[in-house]
Design a binder for this molecule. Structure first.
Ligand SMILES: N[C@@H](CCC(=O)N[C@@H](CS)C(=O)NCC(=O)O)C(=O)O
Length: 234
């Protein structure tokens, strides 16, 4: 016979009267729609890795965007973060801020140079696109490469002082800008390597060799409804 016990209301209960345990359900994670090579997505994933907050990562293909992404954010760019309460954050810098406001163990928020980031996202990105995708834009790539290089020369001057853009340590500013400089460098690596910008080369080289960059860049198969959940960071 199972032992009887007295419940708090004095009623007699036995083990077989106990309610069944609630079925186990996965805790809901924020969903991050991402595209591995996109510099905006790279900066968002960097902040997620730095914060240590797990998300469900959904790798997408830009030419075949999933309906769930477009339903969350009809403008159709990545990265997009969908929070468990339904809120949608669909700008990369805002995703960085969300992650770091939640947890910032590396103190990245201590260095945010909004002007420098605005120049990167504005003028530098403008010239980068017209250099890298000159056919698409019907532009002179060399002209735009030169204009982008002038911006990089300014970064080099800043980096010469401390090795970082906004603080003696790595901060949000470095991580928001580095993915775009990486894309510029990759467009013609041999030419980029000849640029007389030593502090910039050093900064980019440290980034590309860092464990953080490795953690941000794993390859994932494109997501589709019903696919197994990918937890990121892995
Ligand atoms: N301002 C947005 C820009 C994001 C963006 O333009 N991402 C590109 C990929 S790198 C994109 O999704 N483009 C849409 C497309 O190519 O269809 C942000 O900061 O998140």
């Amino acid at each position: 016979m199972p032992a009887e016990t007295l419940a708090s209301d004095g009623a007699r209960t036995s083990p077989q009267d106990a309610p069944p345990p609630a079925p186990y359900t996965q805790p809901m994670l924020p969903i991050l729609y991402s595209f591995r090579r996109c510099p905006y997505a790279i900066r968002a994933r960097s902040a997620v890795v730095a914060s240590g907050i797990p998300v469900e990562l959904r790798e997408i293909v830009l030419r075949d965007k999933p309906a769930a992404l477009l339903a969350a954010s009809p403008k159709g760019t990545v990265p997009v973060l969908v929070l468990p309460d339904g809120r949608v954050i669909d700008q990369s810098l805002a995703i960085m801020h969300w992650a770091l406001a939640t947890a910032d163990p590396l103190d990245w928020l201590a260095g945010e140079d909004t002007d420098l980031i605005a120049t990167n996202d504005g003028a530098f990105k403008h010239h980068l696109d017209r250099y890298k995708y000159a056919d698409r834009h019907a532009t002179d790539p060399i002209e735009h490469r030169a204009a982008a290089t002038a911006i990089l020369a300014d970064l080099d001057t800043r980096l010469a002082a401390t090795g970082h853009l906004a603080s003696p340590r790595v901060t949000l500013t470095d991580m928001a800008i580095l993915p775009f400089v990486r894309q510029f460098a990759q467009t013609d690596r041999a030419w980029f390597d000849t640029l007389p910008l030593p502090a910039l080369h050093d900064w980019l080289g440290r980034y590309l060799a860092s464990p953080l960059f490795a953690a941000v860049m794993p390859k994932f198969a494109p997501w589709q409804p019903g696919a197994p959940t990918v937890i990121f960071p892995t």
